[in-house]
Design a protein around this ligand. Sequence first.
Ligand SMILES: *[C@@H]1O[C@H](CO)[C@@H](O)[C@H](O)[C@H]1NC(C)=O
Ligand SMILES: *[C@@H]1O[C@H](CO)[C@@H](O)[C@H](O)[C@H]1NC(C)=O
Ligand SMILES: *[C@@H]1O[C@H](CO)[C@@H](O)[C@H](O)[C@H]1NC(C)=O
Ligand SMILES: CC(=O)N[C@H]1CO[C@H](CO)[C@@H](O)[C@@H]1O
Length: 341
Amino acid sequence: MKAFTLLSAVLSAALVSAQAVHVGTIDNTTVLPEDLNGSNFTYPWPVQLYRFSSQRQDLEMAFMDVAPKCKPNGKTAVLLHGKNFCGPTWEQTARVLAANGYRVILPDHVGFCKSSKPQAYQFSLQQFGFNINGLLQALGIKSATVIGHSLGGMTAARYALMFPDQVDELVMVDPIGLEDWKAKGVPYIDIDDTFKTESASTYASIRGYEQATYYVGQWKDSYDTWVNMLVNIYKGSQGAAYAYDQALVVDMVLTQPVIYEFGLIRPRALLITGDKDNTAIGAQWSPPDVRAKLGHYDVLGPEAAAQLKNGTGIHYPNLGHAPQLSDPELFHKDLLGWLSK
Ligand SMILES: *[C@@H]1O[C@H](CO)[C@@H](O)[C@H](O)[C@H]1NC(C)=O
Ligand SMILES: *[C@@H]1O[C@H](CO)[C@@H](O)[C@H](O)[C@H]1NC(C)=O
Ligand SMILES: *[C@@H]1O[C@H](CO)[C@@H](O)[C@H](O)[C@H]1NC(C)=O
Ligand SMILES: CC(=O)N[C@H]1CO[C@H](CO)[C@@H](O)[C@@H]1O
């Protein structure tokens, strides 16, 4: 009885502070090394650190903060990158938004790029949501237009579910998790095995994957920038720590589906997908009959968009997983068109 009373006291204290984000501090005065937390890629705008405590560790999230390039429209856009990208991969979109009056924040998720690579961390989309919300609070930003690609799109969906009143609009660009892969038969594999696969990443393996899923078999020289940015992290000063975090991230996206909650997303939402996108986590290690069922974005995109009560979909017949890079003109025209509605 006593233990129960104590437990309920603890639980109600937790309930009172539900969604209470522990906000850290902005560090924009430390001179940062070229090789910041294992990534030596040169970013297009000054890199700042969001320093915070999470899961009993002191962590840093690297981010860029781009000022509006015309009369400010009073809005802030947060651009969330995907698993094989980093903040700067959004450079073109950030420039377009800044030219239209937005302040633009481009974070690197924890475990990625120029952010910390914690080795004992409970990776969850909710924790990512807290980390991003903490960053925005530390910057004094009360609400934002949240735009995410791939893993960033899945994170953005979770963020909108957690903080509906702090999301002005939600934009998901080829988010992963439009289907529950494990429910469709993808076998679970050990994180240690994913770590081995991640550690074996090379230019050829990353390019091969991106060419087939992101770019419908096509390749442009400009795509090499993003492959080399990753190769340098895998081979860089914190390569093993990065590969291990990426293995934890694979486990996170496999085991934490968001698609069942798409009908609960409240902010105005836009889902952009390429019909030729065939991204499916676990397809590579699934038997052929399971693999055949996965990654049909031509079906998944419209199905997911139909679930959005306050949203709509735009589906490109000839594009793959990264429309913002393969057809930036079309993508930015549609994005601005929808945002200005
Ligand atoms: C540095 O961060 C502080 C606190 O967020 C802010 O007031 C200041 O404008 C920032 N400076 C730059 C150069 O971004
Ligand atoms: C970044 O690191 C990679 C791998 O260590 C190295 O090949 C490359 O030259 C470095 N680039 C820069 C700009 O320092
Ligand atoms: C739809 O989204 C807008 C903007 O985010 C919001 O103000 C409105 O309340 C939402 N409508 C519903 C029915 O949730
Ligand atoms: C875990 C780790 O090495 N974090 C470092 C990331 O980079 C910042 C800035 O140099 C350091 O303060 C952190 O210690």
